[in-house]
Design a protein around this ligand. Structure first.
Ligand code: NDP
Ligand code: ZN
Length: 349
């Protein structure tokens, strides 16, 4: 089969590989919708995970099942399915301990385009099909469906990690597709104010539509000064963009007892600096949690139900549409170059 792969750090290309083998609990799917992720960009061009050779990229897909293992109970060949970017081993001790995304080792629930071939291919393999896949709801738009793989669960996980409560004053740093879903999630969680940090005009417009009450442009001066000047200290911060230095800015604008939820994939830099004084000399009760999105079927089904009941509209993230597997290459390079009018591309097969 044909697939679009990371050849080595900084290099991509098309390769031919054997179609993956289906184990007893697994599924083989063909993609019917695909999206590239900023994480693919960090992996290839920043070498953030280390080198990978001829590893097929991509972890955001809607699929159609073409083959099933003998032990799979709840799906049949021909079913159209939502595929989470993170596909844990549900019988692992890490999953039993509540951290399924780290099943088998740190970040090891993230298999596609990390430890095994991803979804940018004619076929892809899904481990533990009953535990990880969810049926595509009747009539769901493929743009909404594909954003359920990663953008919705990751943005919402930032909100969960920051533990946003009714009436909280919230900052969302980064309003690419992940941060935009964090804005939507913060609004649903009852934030009173949502200050969204970003600059691309499409992202700014959608942030306002999803519930941002204020926009902070990080090109127009230090965000901490801008935010403190506007609203004072804040209760909760979701980080979905920026660099290792963003944590310093976040700690400086957070109230004692405040919480930071990071979902940004830190592609560069060895250390994160925490400012001693603003972290209360070590006694400020300012928490930082960073996490990989939770995957799995229940999560997919619950998030999908929020689309069907029109609580969220993740398909609005799509600004660029392509057709055919070959165009994942162009879509990925668009993600790398981030033109001003981009939020997220979608490829329909
Ligand atoms: P984008 O690159 O599209 O968005 C990044 C956002 O951060 C943009 O709004 C950008 O502003 C803003 N930004 C950039 N630099 C700064 C800065 N110095 N200070 C403040 N804001 C800044 O990324 P995505 O939304 O696609 O992804 C966000 C992150 O989430 C990525 O690191 C991605 O790898 C990660 N991710 C993590 C997952 C997880 O499970 N934890 C899963 C999926 C993705 P501008 O408007 O100017 O572009
Ligand atoms: Zn991703």
């Amino acid at each position: 089969m044909k697939g679009f792969a990371m050849m080595s750090i900084g290099q991509t290309g098309w390769i031919e590989k054997q179609r993956p083998v289906c184990g007893p609990m697994d599924a083989i799917c063909r993609p019917i919708a695909l999206a590239p992720c900023t994480s693919d960009v960090h992996t290839v061009w920043a070498g953030a995970l280390g080198d990978r050779h001829e590893l097929i990229l991509g972890h955001e897909a809607v699929g159609e099942i073409v083959e099933l293992g003998s032990e799979v109970k709840d799906f049949k060949v021909g079913d159209k399915v939502l595929v989470p970017a993170i596909t844990p081993d549900w019988n692992s001790l890490e999953a039993q301990g509540g951290y399924s995304m780290h099943s088998g080792g740190p970040l090891s629930g993230w298999k596609f385009s990390n430890f095994k071939d991803g979804v940018f291919a004619e076929f892809f393999h899904v481990n533990d099909a009953d535990g990880n896949l969810a049926l595509l709801p009747e009539g769901m738009d493929l743009a909404d469906a594909c954003m359920l793989s990663d953008m919705v669960p990751t943005g919402f996980h930032g909100v969960e990690l920051a533990d946003i409560q009714f009436g909280d004053k919230v900052v969302v740093i980064g309003i690419g597709p992940v941060g935009l879903m964090a804005v939507a999630g913060a609004a649903i969680r009852g934030a009173s104010e949502i200050l969204a940090v970003g600059s691309r005009p499409n992202c700014v417009a959608l942030a306002k539509e999803f519930g941002a009450t204020d926009i902070i442009n990080y090109h127009e001066g230090d965000i901490t000064e801008q935010i403190l000047g506007k609203v004072g200290f804040v209760d909760r911060i979701v980080i979905a963009g920026g660099t290792v230095d963003t944590f310093e800015q976040a700690i400086k604008m957070l109230k004692p007892g405040g919480k930071i939820g990071n979902v940004n994939y830190l592609g560069k830099g060895d250390y994160i600096k925490i400012p001693r004084v603003e972290w209360g000399y070590g006694m400020g009760h300012k928490q930082i949690l960073g996490g990989l999105m939770p995957g799995g079927r229940l999560r997919m089904e619950k998030l999908a139900s929020m689309v069907t009941t029109k609580r969220i509209h993740p398909g609005k993230l799509i600004t660029h549409r392509f057709e055919g597997l070959e165009s994942v290459e162009e879509a990925l390079f668009l993600m790398k170059d981030k033109p001003k009018d981009l939020i997220k591309p979608l490829v329909i097969l």
